[in-house]
Ligand binder design. Structure first.
Ligand SMILES: C[S@@+](CC[C@H](N)C(=O)[O-])C[C@H]1O[C@@H](n2cnc3c(N)ncnc32)[C@H](O)[C@@H]1O
Length: 247
């Protein structure tokens, strides 16, 4: 498969599970994979939540295969999970409450990462403008991600980069015609935290990880199977690279 090359950066249009194993070592894998969660409900607020139906339409509520997280391929991984309550970290409560595996996703992800990496930390993106849908739960105003690393690939950055939280607004679906774009401030912080020079995002969407990786001076490789989102990523990453070259 021939990638689109933008300076030293490579973007692959295709399937992550087929392409990622062929790429070999990357210092970090930073990924925002399809979550597994129940996106039904919302009552009167449903109509105001523009991204909710798109998430279902694009199959971004059906989860992903964790074989894509492989400590033989990278020194560290950052994986976003579903923004469910942190109470879900207590498996018994979540099981009683929801009766399905979705509510266990954060605990599950920890269980997957801990034996494979030296350390793993739960971090969180808090949102001042969450969706108004509470679905008989709290608002979805925090979204967890786990940063796991092996020895030598621990979190980097200045003192204030070492916070486990980032407080910044969401990106509207209309901005890039994608329902789950991660904001620049969040991705810039994460890319300051990951060690090393090379970064792969196997579920790159519109290329938010790539834009932040270029701004952090790293070499980026991305994979996306949706041609429309891939085109958006090419456009955004080309602009980020040109900006960096001009600086
Ligand atoms: C949660 S979104 C990532 C959004 C991204 N963080 C951004 O800011 O634009 C996950 C992306 O993975 C893509 N995807 C899902 N399964 C894939 C697969 N098997 N191979 C490649 N891409 C996949 C989807 O099309 C979607 O754009």
């Amino acid at each position: 498969m021939t990638p689109v090359e933008i300076g030293p950066h490579r973007l692959f249009l295709g399937d992550a599970y087929r392409i990622r194993p062929t790429l070999g070592w990357q210092d970090a894998d930073v990924m925002d994979p399809p979550y597994a969660f129940n996106n039904a409900g919302g009552g009167a607020f449903r109509k105001t939540r523009e991204g909710a139906n798109r998430i279902v339409e694009e199959g971004l509520d059906r989860g992903f295969d964790r074989s894509i997280i492989n400590p033989a391929w990278s020194g560290a991984v950052v994986v976003f999970c579903h923004q469910d309550q942190l109470g879900d970290l207590i498996p018994e409560i979540a099981e009683d409450d929801r009766g399905d595996a979705d509510a266990l996703i954060v605990a599950d992800m920890f269980a997957h990462l801990r034996p494979r990496f030296h350390r793993a930390t739960l971090c969180v993106w808090t949102k001042p403008n969450p969706s108004p849908m509470a679905n008989k739960n709290y608002l979805a105003d925090m979204e967890p991600y786990i940063h796991a690393w092996n020895r030598g690939w621990h979190p980097q950055g200045e003192h204030h980069d070492k916070h486990r939280w980032t407080h910044t607004g969401t990106v509207r679906t209309a901005a890039f015609d994608h329902p789950t774009v991660k904001p620049d401030a969040l991705m810039n912080k994460i890319l300051r935290n990951v060690a090393g020079e090379t970064v792969c995002d196997p579920f790159m969407g519109t290329g938010s990880t790539g834009v932040a990786a270029i701004r952090a001076g790293k070499v980026f490789t991305g994979i996306e199977h949706n041609p429309a989102h891939f085109e958006t990523a090419v456009r955004r990453i080309t602009a980020a690279w040109e900006e960096r070259c001009a600086a």
